[in-house]
Design a binder for this molecule. Structure first.
Ligand code: HEM
Length: 354
């Protein structure tokens, strides 16, 4: 009999009109950890209960865990690439790390569905968690990001989306899982809108109205599109994004919630380095002159099959079982290696992006 492939969470679902992004920290104490662990077994049922009532609403929830939370809740074994979010850049241009143990990425066609599911999921967690950030995102017309350009065009689709986001035999115990990086950005819209459309197009690397990639001859190497294009052995390495605009015009708040899934944290981290530090250093993403990252987190997304099973995990027992074997590795898998290249655990075990 062929082995059962774990069912992934709803990572590759179609884009929706609405989303809620919730980042929460787990309160100290064993009772709280026990409550969160048990909750893992209820997530799928809550999504079914809310979503069933509006089948066309395409309600889904992806649930991820931060590095420290994984150790507290589940112990060993731990996902090979999971580590605390690494910061990139400095000063005004910093990809900042902020606290976060649990990420909920709730998507639906209608905000009422997202709202109801968020209420149910957080209600079930009760005082075991404190929400540190909650963003309600909306799909802008024309699929345009807050900065006015069409967003998501170069996302991988169909089987390619699965290939780039889902862990396979490189980490067999976590097959069907994924890694997700989130960042909340706030924009200086007055500054951005004061630029000419041509200047904005050179910053993004695409035309604004028609969303066509600029010709290589005119596209600057510091354009957002150039700095986020990675190749490895001549092949492009992609991530799957589902960014959402959000904001409060009355408060002067205009934002983009960035969310990027990949089967290793490495490609998204490399993109962040290219954007914030520059490729080569100094040749950074000018979008960041008008956009400030105010949150940042890395989370592991177990397969749906594993998420349900984690409810019964005993972190003490699993740590004891791993004794003499593999200890939890809390160090980053992306420390600079010899020659300054990043050993970033690539899809094929080769460590260099171009
Ligand atoms: C201020 C926040 C951001 C905004 C407003 C933004 C907006 C955009 C837009 C308009 C595009 C062009 C259309 C498309 O292919 O989607 C794009 C492309 C892309 N962005 Fe971003 N982005 C942001 C942050 C990020 C971050 C933080 C990353 C990765 C760490 C990223 C990765 C990418 C990638 C991989 C592409 C496709 C490049 C290509 O293949 O041509 N973006 N983004």
């Amino acid at each position: 009999m062929p082995k059962d492939i774990p069912e992934p969470q709803a990572i590759c679902n179609d884009v929706t009109r609405s989303a809620i992004f919730i980042v929460a920290t787990i309160e100290a104490g064993r009772d709280h950890a026990d409550k969160v662990r048990a909750w893992c077994g209820d997530v799928a049922a809550l999504v079914r209960s809310v979503g069933r009532r509006v089948p066309s609403g395409n309600l889904s929830c992806v649930c991820g865990f931060g590095s420290d939370a994984w150790d507290t809740l589940f112990g060993a074994p731990r996902p090979a690439g999971l580590h605390p979010f690494r910061e990139f850049g400095s000063g005004e241009r910093l990809a900042v790390a902020t606290p976060g143990d649990i990420l909920l990425h709730i998507r639906a066609e209608h905000m009422d569905l997202c709202f109801e599911l968020a209420t149910q999921l957080l209600g079930a967690l009760g005082d075991a968690v404190t929400v540190t950030d909650e963003v309600h995102g909306f799909r802008n017309f024309d699929m345009r990001a807050m900065v006015g350009f069409v967003d998501g065009t170069e996302n991988p689709a169909g089987r390619a989306a699965e290939k780039f986001t889902l862990i396979a035999d490189e980490d067999p115990e976590f097959e069907g899982g994924s890694y997700v990086i989130v960042q909340k950005y706030l924009h200086d819209m007055a500054g951005w809108n004061a630029l000419s459309v041509e200047t904005q197009e050179r910053i993004i690397g695409r035309t604004k109205l028609s969303d066509i990639e600029l010709d290589e001859a005119v596209k600057p190497s510091c354009s957002h599109s150039s700095l986020t294009t990675l190749t490895e052995n001549g092949e492009e390495v992609k991530i799957l994004r589902d960014n959402m605009p959000f904001g409060r015009p009355g408060a002067g708040e205009f934002g983009t919630y960035f969310i990027g899934y990949a089967r290793s944290p490495a490609p998204t981290e490399q993109m962040l380095e290219n954007m914030f530090v520059g490729r080569p250093p100094g040749n950074y993403d000018r979008l960041l002159d008008y956009s400030r990252a105010v949150t940042g987190g890395l989370f592991f997304v177990p397969s749906a099959t594993l998420l349900e099973a984690l409810a019964d995990r005993d972190p003490q027992a699993s740590a004891a079982a791993a004794d003499g074997g593999q200890q939890p590795d809390t160090s980053s898998s992306a420390e600079p290696q010899e020659g300054g290249s990043l050993n970033i655990g690539s899809l094929k075990g080769i460590s260099q992006y171009e």
